[in-house]
Design a protein around this ligand. Sequence first.
Ligand code: BV8
Length: 251
Amino acid sequence: MMLDDKVKKVAEILGNQPSLTILTGAGVSAESGVPTFRGPDGLWRQFRAEDLATPEAFYRNPKLVWEWYDWRRQKIQKVKPNPAHLVIARWEKYFPSFILITQNVDGLHRQAGSTKILELHGNIWWVRCLKENKVMENRQVPLIQIPPLCSDCGSLLRPHVVWFGEALPADILEAAFNACYRSEIMMVIGTSALVQPAASLPLIAQQHGAIIVEINLEPTPLSHYADYSLYGKAGEILPLIDELIFKEKME
Ligand code: BV8
């Protein structure tokens, strides 16, 4: 089936307003100018994940890890949501049963207006005090002090994100699993489907009867299981589907 036919088919399915879950990865922010993790200009290119996005790396060298996050925050602050984020934010109002599950920590879905959102891996604009475990929003760009310290107790602050080897927040993961049990369709957009447990969510949804639609530039380990794989840019494909859904509605 050609891409156009798949776009039409997915729009037709969505036109019936099924219970929709969307899972996104770094690819949905790529067209905003945020480097992905494993792409040609990938974030991990200059660094190795285990060197930076792990608790061990942070305790070994908090200054280096915070310099990486400060660099990413400076890049993210300069960009804005792209059409993919905007369509997803609009759809949460159109679908009676809708949840967005994102692996991204860049906050661009929220900036686009998404509110029904589960941030599996945290948010780069929030920090956590190591001593008091208190979570605070911190939008200081660039950071005045690296590593930043808690203004109340003077202890080290860490990014409020989930590092490799760390458990995802139990309440958020439970909500994500519940979404998989009840969704009739799951759209998996811009993820290499490598990081667990996020990468297992589409398979769980499929085991519970959901149709799986993948949108990516290229095949991923999920492609073999997806009912529809639409290869192209999320910022171009989602507006096409959106247009067809509402065109059909108007007829
Ligand atoms: C856990 C926050 C257990 C930080 C991130 C072996 C050794 C050690 C660990 C493991 C192991 N095997 C499995 C694990 C577990 C590990 C894991 O999955 N490792 C992988 C790499 C094998 N997982 C964990 O450690 C997780 N925790 O398992 O805990 C536990 C349980 C109890 C108690 C203690 C522990 C925690 C994982 C979370 C890690 N944190 N981020 C930060 O960002 O700084 S992960 C990081 O990768 C980001 O969140 C990112 O989103 C995520 C996944 O990457 P993608 O989003 O998919 O991005 P990527 O670049 O890979 O792909 C982009 C895709 O977009 C590509 O396919 C590309 O083609 C496409 N694309 C590009 N442009 C576009 C596009 N598509 C459409 N349109 C475009 N324009």
